[in-house]
Design a binder for this molecule. Sequence first.
Ligand code: LM2
Ligand code: CA
Length: 444
Amino acid sequence: GCASLSASAGTAFVHLFEWKWNDIATECEVNLGPKGFDAVQISPPHEHTAGPFWWTRYQPVSFTNLTSRSGTEAELQSMINRCHAAGVKIYADVVMNNWAAYQGHGNIASGGDSWSPRNYPDLSSQDFHNDCTISNYGDANNVWDCGLYGMPDLHTGRSYSQDYAANYLKKLTAMGVDGFRIDAAKHIRPSELDTVMAKANRPWSFLEVIGASGEAVQPTQYTYIAPVTEFGYGTAVAGNFNGQIKNLKNLGTSWGLLPSDKAVVFIDNHDRERGHGGGGNLTYKDGAKYNLANVYMLAFPYGYPKVMSGYQFTDTDAGPPAGNTNCDNSQWVCQHRWTNIANMVGFRNFTVGAWSVNNWWDNGNNQIAFGRGDKGFVVINNESGALQQTLQTGMPAGTYCNVLAGAAECSGAMITVASNGMATFNVAGNSAAAIHGGAKGTGC
Ligand code: LM2
Ligand code: CA
């Protein structure tokens, strides 16, 4: 068929929130590899406390027992191997700062180990900071050395604790894991986290540090270690998709965001879609606006984008639907399979070499268009009325597939770019169109 996009390097990844390892493996083979996703962020693979809530996985019990709600260590290994064979990397979510406290569903953890707060199979009370609860975000010592929501706080200044965390990263690296999301990095002193990463031989990582003005601990204190989650991005995108997207022309450092190469960006994540840790983000519940915001994120040259992919919920504590994770069950949202999102990954991969915005057009309100050098061009209509414009694309003459017009990149309408670079776009309300040189209507 037309338009095989997998030749380009990966530039965007997906969080398959609460997916089981076996189902991720199949998804890598069937969808993520063919669509050009760079990597999958997986839910924490360590042993965790019991209970049906999603957040029980953010309460570790052991880093040496890797049986979790997503599966066994053998299934984890098999998934890593199968995703690699499909050209997809694996990033593991690592919770090292805070340890299990919740015993509302008993003291037997996901891998069968029993535990009590500050006493786990491999760690005991001395490996944790003194018992205190974070209460003052104006005080860095309080944020770093007390317990988040009262969970035991790993004493990351102790060599034994550092080695324990580093050995976990090394074990996962040896299994083939390609990178890490370091959960709650904001609650670990930067110098101590840096020591852990050094002991782990500095695997590729990104650090979860939620910035808030006026607080003592800021994301910029961590960027010397690794890229950081830029929470300001999703907030800014949401504010303007609910306002006027013409303002998003120069989203980046001039908005107070981190340098692009230090920023992992997302429209929402597993916390923000639930209103945990702050709100205001667009989520799957916002429908077309959310869909188009993801198109913007994947088209716009800023940051390393992460697509959220989760399950439907009303109760913000609810864990995943019972049974296997798959996109044929409507309880799973599967954002990464939405045509616009899946096919914009190919757009980002193809346009990565043209890291600038060119030929920006807007209607002064909620219709925008922009190019990525001579490699691609996108039109986003965040209004209910149709958009009909002849625009300068900056692209070579030719017949291009509108990659957002059908599930396969070239299954929908064609768009003709004239020799002067102009092309006519007819884009229905609340939808988008995109063309790029990796999906041409002829010669593929
Ligand atoms: C993070 N960032 O710093 C994660 O991105 C976030 O998802 C985690 O919170 C948090 N760190 C701790 O790793 C989640 C969730 C919380 C949940 C915790 C611990 O957002 O609601 O707290 O995980 O599982 C839950 C209860 C809370 C309780 C706490 C301790 O919701 O009421 O506090 O467990 O048992 C007494
Ligand atoms: Ca800490």
